[in-house]
Design a protein around this ligand. Structure first.
Ligand SMILES: [Zn+2]
Length: 343
């Protein structure tokens, strides 16, 4: 093992709203701070690849000064990623389809890159450095711009046939009365519980004149997810009901996951759980009503992610796993952690 194997990795997490970058080392420790940017969007509504690469460039140059060997980049992306190619197959919140993002990054910076979907990266981080270290089975769930998940089963990441397993946010709740989903279908759980759904319900309450508090927090006549949570802090019962409804549906959905898999741990992250950490405690308590067995009702733990942003940490863990520096049992069966070198 060369000295450079222990260099920190430049981890990049591209969410539906925020872009975060940081240097993270083999022990899972942050080197310096986490830089945060808004994801730049182009005129056509899709996330602007050139803009994202421009943001990354500054951090790549700084990181090159710090590492002794070749810098490596780990990327976490909010969408389905082909692990072998690093292509973004479908990233609904970025409006990307079949975009060879891993190759674009690798070519631009002439550096090796690992790319995977953010939920997978988050599970990997929890399995190697976080609350999942001693667990053989657990699920990850994220509530933010989207509502997604990933699975760690029998001591390994579980991706399914194509690496897309764990999309319990895209199981259907109500395709008749539901809203159009980023995945192209209608009425997925995501369209009822994620940040935009909470904002949409707040918008409807504002337009119907149901909440003076929400209306007072509205700028340019648009209710944000953040405004709904602020209204709850100010004692608004209408805003509280909106989030109660979302919590109930998350409990139904995750309760189904527990009943299906008999797991004892669910780890939660995402922008909404960051903005309102009490949501996770509510789910930990309210989910009991939807669990089939007394064992699950007794044992299930629903907890917050171990770090400020597990997907960011996972982007680094992915690179270390690909380098063979992490425990082999954390690897996915049949799928390697690939490094993309497109230069
Ligand atoms: Zn969907």
């Amino acid at each position: 093992m060369s000295a450079s194997s222990h260099d920190p990795v430049l981890a990049v997490d591209i969410g539906g709203t925020s872009l975060r970058l940081s240097l993270i080392n083999l022990e899972g420790l942050l080197i310096g701070d986490i830089a945060r940017y808004d994801v730049p969007f182009a005129g056509d509504g899709a996330a602007d690849v050139g803009g994202i690469l421009a943001i990354m460039a500054e951090h790549v140059e700084r990181a090159r000064q710090i590492v002794s060997g070749e810098l490596k980049i780990g990327v976490s992306l909010c969408g389905n990623v082909d692990l072998a190619s690093g292509d973004a197959i479908l990233a609904p919140n970025l409006h990307w389809r079949n975009l060879p993002f891993g190759k674009l990054v690798s070519r631009r910076f002439q550096l090796p890159v690992c790319v995977a979907t953010d939920v997978r990266q988050a599970v990997l981080a929890e399995a190697v450095w976080g609350v999942g270290v001693n667990e053989r089975n657990f699920a990850w769930a994220t509530v933010g711009t989207g509502y997604g998940g990933y699975l760690f089963l029998n001591g390994r990441l579980y991706g399914g046939a194509n690496g897309f397993a764990g999309n319990f946010g895209h199981t259907t709740y109500d395709e008749i009365n539901g809203h159009r989903c980023g995945c192209g279908r209608r009425g997925c759980f995501e369209t009822f519980v994620a940040g935009p759904a909470i904002a949409r319900a707040g918008q409807a309450a504002h337009e119907a004149g149901e909440s003076a508090i929400l209306s007072s927090l509205t700028s340019e006549d648009k209710v944000s997810t953040r405004a709904v949570f602020r209204a709850i802090e100010l004692g608004d019962p209408v805003a509280a009901k909106i989030v109660d409804d979302a919590i109930r549906l998350i409990c139904i959905n995750l309760g189904g996951v527990v009943n299906l898999l008999d797991i004892k741990l669910i780890v939660m992250g995402g922008g909404v759980t960051k903005a309102a950490p009490w949501i996770v405690e509510r789910i930990q308590s309210d989910i009991r009503a939807y669990l089939m067995t007394v064992e699950a009702q007794r044992d299930l733990q629903v907890v917050r992610e171990s770090t400020a942003n597990a997907a960011l940490w996972g982007a680094a863990a992915h690179v270390f796993a690909a380098e063979g520096l992490l425990h082999g049992a954390k690897l996915e069966e049949g799928l390697e952690h690939r490094v993309i070198r497109a230069f």
